[in-house]
Design a protein around this ligand. Structure first.
Ligand code: NAP
Ligand code: F7E
Length: 350
């Protein structure tokens, strides 16, 4: 039986990848970091919490990384852990560099020293292209990072290439464009919108505060993107691949589709708030996935409108169920604002 070690198994991609690999018959080990409140809701939501082996690892701590490799004896390592929120990287540039950039080198060094035959997947990102052009981006496009997050990811990306060349490691960079799902964190714009539209449609809230709604993103569906990660590690030789849909849409278009779905006019429920503007934003992303299609046989299936609908339906169902007294694994309950809305609603109902 093959062993996989997934860092960041508590995150969106980590949870979907764990489910995907379990279905393929892997023994799955996943790393989590010590928090004052445990955060396993995604694994519980997918019904796989009892099927994965959890190992405590912080990317700030090299010894915990080495220990996780020794215990799990992996054939494949998927490094998904990161400080992944671009907005927060402007507020915490040093922590972002340490975790998202240097953390990867700690893994590469550990592998080189104790497990040189392991296959390694690194979660690279379209953010590395930065705010540099208004045409599609591919593996050949020049990187020009526009945030501390993107700069840290580019450092990691380059180190993966260097370790591949210098030491012959089987290490791949997946340059993934934005991918979303009902398990997306609430701070990211798509889920922030579907969560708010759900509340607005149920009369629990009246508007949503956003930043730059003119930015364009290439949004795909996360469960399809984790399959691409696995496919990269099944090839004869390691390489870097773009994973995307080749479609791009503004935040405004996402708002339009989401509000349309519940029969409301988005413009009546939006407030632009400076707090959500970034010092620099990436205005245009659209990925060319031709290399992945020809080498990996991968292509996206779920498109923009369907993605918004999947996310919205799931958030409406959650708010509806929770306000009717049903309890299940969910993130909203951990956020102070969401908690207040629910408490108010439950008091009113009593
Ligand atoms: P996510 O939901 O934010 O998950 C990030 C994971 O990293 C969580 O499990 C988090 O743990 C863990 N983590 C954070 N800091 C850590 C630390 N110091 N030590 C150990 N673990 C730590 O992100 P995602 O959307 O699943 O993305 C997965 C990866 O792909 C990330 O590296 C992200 O940067 C990259 N990426 C994402 C996208 C996208 O659109 N989703 C696109 C391109 C690349 P907690 O649960 O404890 O916070
Ligand atoms: O922002 C704009 C914001 O935070 C998308 C991460 O997974 O994908 C993600 O990074 C756009 C930006 O994702 C709000 O300014 C407007 O232009 O959902 P996001 P991101 O920054 O693209 C890449 C590929 C990753 O690698 C990252 O890990 O939406 N926007 N108003 C807003 N964004 C947020 N979060 N909140 C707003 O209120």
């Amino acid at each position: 039986m093959k062993h996989a070690l997934i860092t960041g198994i508590t995150g969106q991609d980590g949870a979907y990848l764990a489910k995907f690999l379990l279905n393929k018959g892997y023994k799955v080990f996943g790393t989590y970091r010590r928090l004052s409140t445990p955060n396993f809701w995604r694994l519980q939501y997918l019904g796989i919490f009892d099927q994965v082996e959890l190992l405590p690892v912080d990317l700030l701590d090299s010894f915990s990384i080495i220990e996780s490799i020794k215990i799990s004896k992996p054939d494949e390592i998927y490094n998904l852990a990161a400080q992944s929120f671009v907005g927060a990287s402007f507020e915490q540039p040093l922590a972002s560099a340490e975790i998202t950039g240097l953390g990867v080198v700690k893994f590469l060094e550990s592998i080189r020293n104790i497990a040189p035959d392991v296959k390694f997947y690194q979660a690279s990102t379209s953010e590395m292209f930065g705010d540099n052009q208004f045409t599609e981006q591919s593996e050949e496009t020049i990187f020009d990072p526009s945030s501390p997050y993107a700069a840290a990811k580019l450092y990691a990306h380059n180190m993966v290439k260097i370790y591949r060349k210098a030491y012959g490691l089987f290490a791949c960079n997946g340059i993934l464009f934005n991918h979303e799902s009902p398990l997306r964190g609430l701070e990211f714009v798509t889920r922030k919108i579907t969560n708010a539209v759900a509340k607005i449609s149920l009369g629990l809230e009246d508007h949503i505060e956003l930043g730059n709604i003119d930015a364009k993103r290439d949004w795909g569906f996360a469960p399809e993107y984790v399959e691409a990660m696995w496919l990269m590690l099944q090839q004869k030789s390691p390489d870097d691949y773009v994973i995307a849909t080749n479609e791009t849409h503004t935040i405004k278009e996402f708002l339009e589709v989401a509000f349309d779905f519940v029969g409301l006019d988005w413009e009546k429920h939006i407030k632009i708030d400076e707090r959500f503007m970034r010092p620099v934003d990436v205005r245009y992303l659209r990925g060319n996935f031709q290399k992945s299609k020809s080498d990996l046989g991968w292509e996206p299936k779920t498109r923009f409108n369907d993605l918004a609908e999947i996310m919205l339906k799931s958030d409406i169902e959650r708010w509806d169920n929770w306000s009717n007294g049903k309890h299940f694994a969910w993130d909203a309950w951990n956020y102070p604002n969401e908690k207040k809305i629910l408490s108010r609603k439950l008091k009113l109902d009593r």
